[in-house]
Write a protein that binds this ligand. Structure first.
Ligand SMILES: O=P(O)(O)OC[C@H]1O[C@H](O)[C@H](O)[C@@H](O)[C@@H]1O
Length: 549
């Protein structure tokens, strides 16, 4: 047994979970009219109703005991204090420094990183102002109208999804286009619509080694040169964000055009760094800063609120409860707000890349489940497709519903309908519909006893399906920053309980290495025999289809 599963607090949770397997939430709501009032929390503009969870005070108390036994407080302080908690890469984890609006220094290897962080924010502010005012001109004297933001993974999802979520705040002077995939269709589709004289390319790659981003930038450069620009004109049209300044300058980006970031910022935690430059260009610097301020508020809440009133702690522990004691394989995110539709994909990278791990910090195999599958999409669309499985499928899929109380440019009927669907789904998941209720509904429908019984069984909704409902006044930059930081810290909490390194991602490496070897095979630069028979066959078919005609 691992240290975690042998903890008395873990075993207590096992027993509590077993004792409440048959308990139904609808009975709890009937028995305690104050349940909803008691099980709510509000912080940083986010209201959480967690009453529709399969927990009582006893279970919650045991979960907080587990957090204490796993020394969550110490782990949290170690992160904020810049200790090298990313132990496999020997790095501190300090995305929180990027949004530190306090006067406190943040030390890495004995040096305060805050002056550099502030200088980079100033550089983002000034560059954004130059572009928006039209003072930053292309090589023919035209101002910038289009930004092509190239990056992938954390250098794409954060900027794209935050920009999309804050669409009502978009500036009208420039339009930002995001390109991630190495699939040439995407960059081709974007570039063909643009005038190179009015286009600025922002290339974002922390490592400056990512194949997709390098290739897309090369293609953008080739397009620029083919359209009439020269090598000397590149400096006016290409900027980069990277922690690898050497590689960026070698690639041809002028040193002045490089926005720095640091190895203590993980890719999936980097939107708060200069990786967020496209957000600032799309929405204005003040809105980008608003995101950071909201995240800072959530950091302060996470650091100071008691465990029992701490949003990320509570959400993280509920996740552990379902993953480890109810065998929940996945967690669904359901934003009921069109502009926030990208959030499930954002949290998917954040959570699955952080906690998709199979060994503990010490390198021992875990004997308990770790990170769940994260998925979801905007409501109400999912109600007409995958919600069926959440309602009547055989497993438990905890859901996070999200709803802004106010939305821009919408008439009241649409918004009321949206809200009613959100609340109605959470209610249906919780209460379900019993066999007897379904059987009674079928009275007088001309069915015999056997038909009625059979049909009632199909219509029965078990209910007892857990969900959280998160609401906020309206999705401002600050609220969004707080919401995203809340999920970051939730993932952190779970990583601490599971004793994982949530900050490396070795699992993506092998695919990258093999992908490059296969590319050599496809391009005829590698021995066929060096590949397994299946890969050989796939390469051969590809080469045959692409042979010169
Ligand atoms: O910013 P880059 O160095 O180009 O990395 C982009 C992305 O690629 C990697 O494969 C990682 O899995 C991601 O965490 C990272 O965000």
């Amino acid at each position: 047994m691992s240290t975690l599963t042998s903890l008395p607090q873990w075993q207590a949770l096992n027993q509590i979970a077993a004792s409440m397997k048959d308990a139904h939430m609808r009975d709890w709501f009937k028995a305690d009219p104050k349940r909803a009032e008691k099980m709510q929390l509000e912080a940083c503009g986010i209201f959480l109703d967690y009453s529709k969870n399969r927990v009582n005070e006893h279970a919650l108390g045991a979960l907080f005991d587990l957090a204490r036994a796993c020394k969550l407080d110490d782990a949290r302080d170690a992160m904020f204090n810049g200790e090298q908690i990313n132990s496999t890469e020997g790095r501190a984890v300090l995305h929180t420094a990027l949004r530190n609006f306090s006067d406190s220094p943040v030390m890495v290897d004995g040096e305060d990183v805050m002056p550099e962080v502030r200088a980079t924010l100033d550089k983002i502010r000034d560059f954004t102002a130059l572009v928006h005012s039209g003072e930053h001109k292309g090589y023919t004297g035209k101002s910038v109208k289009h930004i092509v933001a190239i990056g992938i993974g954390g250098s794409f999802l954060g900027p794209k999804i935050m920009t999309e979520a804050l669409k009502p705040h978009t500036v009208d002077t420039v339009k930002v286009h995001f390109v991630a995939n190495v699939d040439g269709c995407h960059i081709h589709d974007v570039l063909t619509k643009l005038d190179h004289e009015e286009t600025l390319v922002v290339m974002s790659s922390k490592s400056f080694t990512t194949q997709e981003t390098l290739q897309n930038t090369l293609s953008a450069k080739a397009w620029f040169l083919k359209s009439g620009g020269t090598q000397e004109d590149i400096a006016k049209h290409f900027v980069a964000v990277s922690s690898n300044v050497k590689a960026a300058t070698e690639f041809g980006i002028a040193e002045d055009n490089i926005f720095p970031m640091w190895d203590w910022v993980g890719g999936r935690y980097s939107l708060w760094s200069a990786i967020g430059l496209p957000i600032s260009l799309a929405l204005g610097f003040d809105n980008f800063k608003g995101l950071l301020e909201g995240a800072f508020d959530m950091d302060t809440h996470f650091k100071t609120a008691p465990l029992e009133q701490n949003l990320p702690v509570l959400l993280g522990l509920l996740g552990v409860w379902y993953r480890n004691f109810f065998d929940a394989q996945s967690q669904v995110l359901l934003p009921y707000y069109h502009y926030l539709r990208g959030l499930p994909a954002y949290v998917q990278q954040l959570d699955m890349e952080s906690n998709g791990k199979q060994v503990t910090q010490g390198g021992e195999a875990v004997d308990y489940a770790t990170g769940p599958i994260i998925w979801g999409s905007e409501g109400t669309n999912g109600q007409h497709s995958f919600h069926q499985l959440i309602h009547q499928g055989s497993g438990v899929i905890p859901a996070d519903f999200m709803l802004p109380l106010n939305v821009p440019n919408q008439d009241d009927t649409h918004h009321a309908m949206l809200a009613s669907n959100c609340f109605g789904q959470a209610q249906a998941l919780m209460q379900g519909k019993t066999f007897d209720e379904c059987y009674a509904d079928l009275e007088g429908k001309g069915l015999d006893e056997a038909q009625r019984t059979r049909l009632a069984a199909h219509k029965t909704m078990p209910g007892n399906k857990p969900s959280n409902t998160l609401m906020f006044d309206s999705l401002t930059p600050k609220t969004l920053g707080a919401l995203v930081a809340m999920y970051e810290h939730k993932v952190f909490v779970q990583g601490v309980i599971w004793n994982l390194n949530s900050f490396d991602q070795w699992g993506v490496e092998l695919g990258k290495v093999l992908g490059n070897q296969v590319l050599a095979g496809i391009q005829g630069n590698a021995e066929e025999e060096s590949f397994d028979a299946s890969t050989q066959q796939l390469i051969a078919r590809f080469r045959a289809a692409n042979a010169p005609k």
